[in-house]
Design a protein around this ligand. Structure first.
Ligand code: FMN
Length: 380
């Protein structure tokens, strides 16, 4: 069943709110790396076109791809956009203006790749919480191949620089016209490396029990909040799974989740976005005893929660909202196949299926355009 064949008006089409942001509906574009910026990290006209198309398609909130935050260790992939230089800030204006003209708010995802950096304009080596080689291999769809390098253990000075990069980038994002930022604390990147027991072997105040392992993420949120004031939207994305470990679950279950959500709410986060990299929400969200991690996040933090993972599936999407597991749903792959997904849903039109070939051999905008053109030529 496609989302649009849902009998009554789908609950995701109801208006929503995240902090001070009014949302026309509860459907957000999930952050998706498109490795389509210029080699120096400057966003392009093509990227502005892509985000504007999603806003015109009716999404209540657009969240951008992970964007790097300093010229030290944060960049994850070649052709990833940054928000650090004057040229990058100026070029993002085109995207924010176009998305606003189409009526949607837009939030910039701020990302430090840490040990999972597989391409950088600035350096060859990587840095992370501990000198632990990452699991798995680099991702070809973002231009990588082979094993990851073993990162250098970050010193207290490195950690301070990383926090500073997040803060400056948040200020830059506001200057570029974004309505908020989302700190990328999910999917195995730097802040998640600190959160994770097997990548964080530190014996200082950032390592050991979960209350210490969440410290860096909380410090980043608090430092941004202190700089941007109370009204700017400062979300954070978290996940149990990772791009290089779909099976990971927080070892302390609900206890770990409560410590993490409380720390981030206390730090001043506006919302929590719980991702499901490589898996459906239903597989990653269930906790022992029948609760869900997104429902727990809402209850513990009192903040709006965005749920992710297979939310193009209509009955799951409806259930997540109706049963109070989340406030907003983010859609990734099916938004690529249906940039106008909310409009289709409202009109009862059928959805296109996501085809993995849309993002092959790399997840660039150009490859998706080629895939569409080939489909049009074939009369599909
Ligand atoms: C091409 C692609 C790029 C992605 N890049 C990011 C990213 O930059 N930041 C992030 O947090 N998640 C990223 N993700 C994960 C998605 O945001 C989302 O969590 C995942 O696709 C599951 O949601 P879905 O079932 O709606 O696709 C990416 C996913 C895809 C398919």
């Amino acid at each position: 069943m496609s989302i649009s064949s849902f009998g009554v008006r789908h609950p995701s089409l109801e208006p929503g709110r995240i902090g001070g942001l009014e949302l026309a509906n509860r459907l957000a574009v999930s952050p998706m790396t498109r490795v389509s910026a210029a080699p120096d990290g400057t966003p392009t006209q093509e990227m502005a076109d892509y985000y504007a198309e999603l806003a015109r398609g009716g999404f209540g909130l657009v969240i951008t791809e992970g964007t790097y935050t300093d010229t030290l260790y944060s960049q994850g992939y070649l052709n990833q956009p940054g928000i650090v230089s004057k040229a990058q800030v100026a070029a993002w204006r085109e995207t924010t203006d176009r998305v606003h003209a189409a009526g949607a708010p837009i939030v910039l995802q701020l990302m430090h790749a840490g040990a999972l950096s597989q391409g950088s304009h600035y350096r060859k080596d990587t840095a992370g919480p501990s000198a632990v080689p990452p699991l798995g291999e680099k991702m070809p769809e973002y231009g990588g191949h082979g094993r990851w390098a073993t990162p250098r253990e970050m010193s207290p000075a490195d950690i301070e620089e990383a926090v500073r990069g997040f803060v400056i980038s948040a200020v830059n994002a506001r200057e570029a016209g974004f309505d908020g930022i989302e700190v990328h604390g999910a999917n195995g990147y730097l802040l998640d490396q600190f959160l994770t027991d097997y990548t964080n072997r530190r014996d200082d105040s950032y390592g050991g029990p979960i209350a210490n392992r969440v410290r860096l993420a909380a410090e980043v949120v608090a430092a941004i909040r202190a700089e941007v004031g109370p009204s700017f939207c400062v979300g954070i994305r978290l996940s149990q799974t990772k791009v290089n470990d779909f099976g990971h679950r927080w070892p302390g279950g609900a206890h770990d989740a409560e410590v993490v959500f409380t720390a981030l709410a206390d730090a001043g986060a506006t919302y929590l976005h719980i991702a499901s990299e490589g898996r459906d929400w239903i597989e990653t969200a269930r906790l022992a005893g029948g609760a869900t991690i997104t429902g727990l996040a809402r209850r513990v933090s009192g903040l709006p929660v965005i749920a992710n993972g297979g939310m193009h599936e209509p009955s799951q999407a409806a259930q997540v909202l109706a049963d109070g597991h989340a406030d907003v749903l983010s859609v990734g792959r099916w938004a690529l196949a249906n940039p106008d997904l909310p409009r289709r849903l409202a009109e009862g039109a059928a959805l296109e299926d996501f085809d993995h070939m849309m993002v092959q051999p790399m997840a660039t905008l150009d490859n998706t355009r080629r895939w569409r053109a080939a489909g049009a030529r074939a009369g599909v």
